[in-house]
Design a protein around this ligand. Structure first.
Ligand code: AVI
Length: 304
């Protein structure tokens, strides 16, 4: 927080969005008419599920990074479950989201073994690495990869590949580049839910770090940068003001119109996905798209 808020261009890491309220608001975003990502990925998972189950007969465990509500993953679990005993290991920073999803899955899938980890990706993966989970499908949905800058995304895929044995596979949902209007509307909806999601970061800093951000003095702004292929979200100061952050002993000055960059949602072309995978030592086994070709689900294997 200190580093981001005292930098010449202020910015905060988007992973701090997900306290209980942030996770709840994100679930509402997923249902918004403008936020096509969740619906589209669910459409792909529904149609690709049987093909994936058939292609991957030996998989015993699904590890999911950033599982959230796990509603889409349940489509996969349903496709895999009839033919095998399956283990599901979700990793998420939100305890409330994990508790709710695990309770639901336990009720609906009594034979499913569940090992849940409230953790950031790296810590959760390190904990699971110590267990013998058999052939594993690592699942990373929702285009969460887009919240990493391109080089960091490549480095993280490379890190995942290093942990994979030859029979493991990686399934990644990645949003595609498309027209500005569709993208900017997806991240700045009419009901203002995404604005509340963005502003909730300030509420969290107020509560957890004793700050005095006045939410009425900041506004949610979105810009699609076509060159970098990134939808950038900002909180814009509506006037000149100073904010105190008690726990950090900081006073932060804002000019009118000055912005805190809170999120990047990077979009890829199919060619960019191929290059990213190659750079990480992964080979594409199969790419599934929705009918309107807005979103991709990519099945990767460690390259020979
Ligand atoms: C979690 N992540 C992939 C979402 C996205 O699309 O970048 C977070 C989000 N931010 C605003 N709306 C949704």
């Amino acid at each position: 927080m200190r580093e981001g808020l005292t930098a010449p261009s202020k910015r905060l890491p988007s992973r701090f969005f997900y306290d209980a309220e942030g996770s709840r608001l994100f679930e509402r975003i997923c249902d918004l008419p403008e936020y096509y990502l969740t619906r589209t990925e669910a459409e792909i998972l529904e149609s690709a599920g049987p093909d994936l189950a058939e292609r991957l007969p030996d998989i015993e465990t699904l590890i999911e990074l950033g599982s959230g509500s796990a509603i889409k993953t349940e489509l996969l679990i349903r496709a895999f479950e009839p033919d095998r005993e399956l283990r599901y290991a979700p990793i998420d920073v939100s305890r409330s989201a994990l508790e709710d999803s695990v309770a639901r899955l336990e009720e609906r899938h009594p034979d499913l073994e569940i090992l849940a980890a409230v953790a950031e990706y790296e810590t959760g993966l390190a904990a699971l690495e110590r267990l013998d989970l058999g052939p594993t499908l690592l699942v990373w949905l929702g285009s969460s990869i887009g919240n990493l800058e391109r080089n960091a995304a490549g480095a993280f895929l490379d890190r995942l590949r290093c942990e994979m044995s030859l029979e493991d596979r990686l399934l990644v949902g990645i949003d595609l580049r498309k027209d500005r209007e569709t993208l900017e509307r997806a991240y700045d909806d009419r009901q203002g839910v995404t604005a509340r999601f963005d502003l909730n970061l300030l509420t969290r800093i107020n509560r957890e770090l004793g700050a005095d951000f006045d939410l009425d003095r900041f506004a949610h702004r979105v810009h699609y940068d076509e060159v970098s292929g990134s939808v950038q979200s900002f909180l814009e100061s509506q006037r000149r003001q100073t904010v105190r952050i008690g726990a950090l002993g900081l006073e932060i000055a804002f000019e009118a119109g000055e912005r805190i960059h809170t999120e990047d949602s990077v979009k890829y072309s199919p060619e960019e996905i191929d290059a990213l995978a190659a750079q990480a030592g992964l080979s594409l086994e199969r790419r599934y798209l929705d009918r309107a070709q807005r979103f991709t689900l990519n099945l990767f294997a460690p390259a020979g």
